[in-house]
Every structure is written in C-alpha cells, then in structure tokens.
Design a protein around this ligand. Structure first.
Ligand code: PGA
Length: 244
C-alpha cells in the first residue's frame, strides 16, 4: 500500500497560509511516492478542500463529536466535516485525550460516527514518558487499540509516543520498529487480512532530517506530522523521504 503523509496543523494557520500550501502541494503531489493529507483547523477545511479540487491531496478534520448531531455547542459533527470537503478525521490524538479527557470508549464512538459519515479515521495511540520509563508502552498501546477501534474498523493507526510530540525527541529506530510490529500483530489478530493491510503511521517530531530513517522502517506506512507540516518545504521534504 502507498504510504500516507498527513499534516496536523493543530490550532495554527490562516486562509492565506492555507492557499499557499495548496499551491505547493498541488505542484509536488504527482511526483511523490506517497499520498498526502492535510488536516487544518475546521475553519480552513472548506477553503483548503476547494483549493485542492482536482488533485490527489486529501483534507481532513482534527476531531469530531461522537454524536451525529444535536445540542453540542461549539462541537463539529463528522457529517459537517464531510460536507466541508473532508475525507478524513484524526481521532484520539493525545492532545484531545489530555486536554479534553477523551477516553478509549469515546474515541471508539467517534470512529463509528466518522465511518457512518463517510470519513476515514486516523486513530492515534501512544504512551507517555512515564509509561515508557516504566516499560509499560506495549500494554498501554495494546489497551488503547483494543478500546479505541470498533469492530470492522477500516482506517489508519498513528503511533505517536506522547513524549515525542513537539519535543524534537524521537524513539530509536529499533523502538519504532518494535512498536509497529506489535501494532501490526494486534491488527492482524483482530481484523484478519484487513488488519495486515492497514496503514500504521509514525508521529512525533518527524522532520526532514529524520524522515528517511523513520519512515522506511518495516511496518511504518507513513507519518503524522505536526509542527513540520506548517511549512510546505518541510512537509514536502518529509513526503519525499517516503520510498514507494
Ligand atoms: P509534532 O506533532 O510533529 O509537532 O511532534 C505530531 C502530532 O502531534 O501529530
């Protein structure tokens, strides 16, 4: 399967920047060996999706509500993301889990709603630094996978060690490979052939200088990129590091 490099802009970006990014990725995408996805803030989804019409570059949301609609002031439904032009949504990012108390059960409910609305989900898992120090990373990620994915899940997993997000620190290549092998085993055990074909992204301080080493490891199917996805040059340098 082709790799996927997804940019998570988090709470950054404006209209002018989104349009500039659209021009850059539109030109570069055809020559890349991976698929591109940009997840801007919800306010920019429609603008970015419109600017990318006719390209292979997809856009996605960074979260959605677990309910299909209703009285949830300030929240955004999966159907609304889809209506704005999104094909994807990131769910269970560690910043959502930490800032908004999102549990595995809530993330699972969101994956169900997102799938019904026609969105592909990227479900994030990953251990904290204290969990890694305690040697609990496999147990933590195993529990997150078991709890966050609904039966019949068909999306993408992003392994993002919390301590590597936005810190400039990354696990060793051996640690990334070991965790991705573990995740692959869990997915195959639970979902059979679909699980062996699912993309597993690595996320956490991916940048142009480490992309080639991290993204071509066995079972690494691409990257979820935060900070380095805000500048087109860095984002595209990371995408260029993915071999076919
Ligand atoms: P980072 O963020 O690339 O800035 O570390 C990754 C993420 O949170 O998805």
């Amino acid at each position: 399967m082709r790799g996927l490099v997804a940019g998570n802009w988090k709470m950054n970006g404006d209209t002018a920047g989104a349009l500039q990014m659209a021009v850059a990725v539109r030109e570069a995408a055809p020559a890349l060996a991976c698929d591109l996805l940009i997840c801007p803030p919800a306010t920019l989804l429609h603008t970015l999706a419109n600017a990318l019409v006719g390209t292979t570059v997809a856009v996605g949301g960074q979260d959605c509500h677990a309910n299909a609609k209703g009285a949830h002031t300030g929240d955004i439904s999966a159907a609304m993301l889809h209506d704005a032009g999104a094909g994807w949504v990131i769910l269970g990012h560690s910043e959502r889990r930490a800032d908004h108390g999102e549990t595995d059960a809530l993330v699972r409910a969101k994956t169900v709603t997102a799938t019904s609305a026609g969105l592909s989900a990227i479900v994030c898992v990953g251990e904290t630094e204290s969990q890694r120090v305690a040697g609990e990373q496999i147990a933590v990620v195993g529990a997150q996978l078991a709890g966050s994915l609904q039966d019949g899940f068909e999306g993408v997993i992003a392994y993002e060690p919390v301590w590597a997000i936005g810190t400039g620190r990354t696990p060793t290549e051996a640690d990334v490979a070991a965790m991705h092998a573990f995740i692959r085993g869990q997915l195959t055990q639970r979902f059979g052939a679909a699980g062996s074909a699912m993309r597993i992204l690595y996320g956490g301080s991916v940048k142009p200088s480490n992309a080639a080493a991290l993204l071509n490891l066995p079972e690494v199917g691409g990257a979820l990129v935060g900070g380095a996805s805000l500048q087109a040059a860095d984002f595209l340098a990371i995408a260029s590091a993915v071999r076919g």
